[in-house]
Ligand binder design. Structure first.
Ligand SMILES: [Zn+2]
Length: 176
């Protein structure tokens, strides 16, 4: 499987991803590959659409725990909104402040097929929300102020050109 990090401009990043139906050997292998990819790229999260797969799962590591998150749901947003600088492997070199709720109550399936329900806060909640957005076709730059978006307009335009080129070359990656 030729997996490559997809850049803004790639239509797969703008699609609403669909549910994973079953966790089998080849899917677990894919999770492993993506985990290695995330660490290699120095990311703290990597969602399936970011490697061209329009499915609802992502990997994240907040520095305390590696989570493999399948078919996630955000049940409730908790606490006040907070502002934090975010970046994204699909929008390399751009870091901007994003406002998000401080915490989330979430439910998902892990790689062992167990249903996990937990409350996440601060940095962990931040990563979860960012990755969850990827499954909805939302990128963090959609959530920044018009003023800060204006500052990176040129760079985004360049990235989009490259993103479209990669999309044309690789297309969407289908998994069963
Ligand atoms: Zn991202």
């Amino acid at each position: 499987m030729d997996l490559k990090v997809r850049l803004i401009g790639d239509p797969v990043l703008r699609k609403k991803a669909t549910k994973i139906e079953k966790i089998d050997e080849s899917f677990l292998e894919l999770l492993e590959i993506m985990t290695n990819m995330m660490y290699r790229e120095d990311g703290v999260g990597l969602a399936a659409p970011q490697v061209g797969i329009s499915k609802r799962f992502f990997i994240m590591d907040d520095g305390k725990q590696l989570r493999k998150v399948i078919n996630p749901e955000i049940i409730e947003f908790l606490g006040e909104e907070s502002t934090f600088e975010e970046g994204c492997l699909s929008i390399p070199g751009i870091f901007l402040n994003v406002k998000r709720p401080e915490g989330v109550k979430v439910k998902y399936t892990n790689e062992n097929g167990e249903i996990i329900e937990e409350e996440l806060h601060e940095y962990t909640a931040r990563i979860f929300q960012h990755e969850y957005d990827h499954l909805e076709g939302i990128l963090f730059i959609d959530k920044v102020s018009t003023a800060s978006k204006a500052k990176v307009k040129g760079k985004i335009k360049e990235l989009m050109k490259e993103g479209k080129r990669i999309a044309k070359e690789l297309g969407e990656v289908e998994i069963k």
